[in-house]
Design a protein around this ligand. Structure first.
Ligand SMILES: [Zn+2]
Length: 228
């Protein structure tokens, strides 16, 4: 959501390079790891949707529906509808089972009122608003030399950065819950659990890259503002 940056920002744009490299690496890593482990079936043979249901049951969460969704790698938990959507619900692959367990982790966070998730959900509208308005305000302010707009633009962008940062504990915690639940329910063996961890680590890396990108973009805006 932050990619539409014009190139007239001069050398400040170089600030973004490390985050860009990390983002590209994370994308590659998540795709390659997922595709490798979507070829490997679990010995237990429980499907992704069954896995999610078993984990939710085990956690005493009974009001969450598990559905399929068509888009690939678009697995998610929708807290408003209390629906867990899996892109590959029937799959018995290590990758699909791992992702299903992670999404169940989000549903459990929701049921338990896990603070970072509550905060994240609360700032979604602000962050969306901020990320849409920030750059137009910033650049209009720069062009017309109206510092107030530049400052408001930077503040709005900070909200979007905050969102990407709050997302990190939410994602790491969902993966932690997934691993604990998979291990204790014996849905996967230790070797498969290692593969699940690899898949979830790669996915977490994309969130780290997004947060780094957002934070460095904020730095870039501050640096452009200061150079003027
Ligand atoms: Zn997640």
């Amino acid at each position: 959501m932050f990619w539409g940056l014009p190139f007239f920002m001069g050398p400040s744009i170089l600030i973004l390079l490390p985050a860009l490299a990390l983002a590209i690496y994370a994308q590659y890593k998540v795709r390659s790891t997922y595709s490798r482990y979507s070829q490997v079936q679990t010995a237990n043979g429980t499907s992704a949707s069954q896995t999610a249901k078993r984990i939710l049951e085990g956690a005493g969460v009974s009001d969450v529906a598990v559905e399929g969704t068509r888009r690939k790698l678009s697995d998610h938990y929708d807290p408003r509808g209390k629906v867990l959507r899996l892109s590959d619900p029937k799959s018995v692959s290590v990758a699909a089972v791992g992702v299903a367990a992670h999404e169940a982790g989000h549903a459990i966070q929701h049921a338990r009122g896990y603070k970072p998730l509550v905060l994240r959900t609360a700032i979604v509208p602000l962050a969306n608003f901020g990320s849409q308005l920030a750059l137009p305000l910033f650049f209009v302010g720069l062009i017309f030399r109206y510092q107030m707009l530049v400052t408001v633009g930077i503040f709005a962008f900070s909200l979007a950065v905050l969102f990407t940062l709050v997302t990190l504990p939410v994602e790491f915690d969902a993966s932690r819950r997934a691993v604990v639940a998979l291990r204790s329910s014996l849905l996967v063996n230790e070797e498969e659990l290692g593969a699940v961890k690899e898949v979830l680590f790669a996915a977490a890396l994309t969130y780290v890259a997004a947060a780094a990108m957002a934070a460095l973009q904020l730095l870039m805006l501050l640096s452009v503002n200061r150079r003027r």
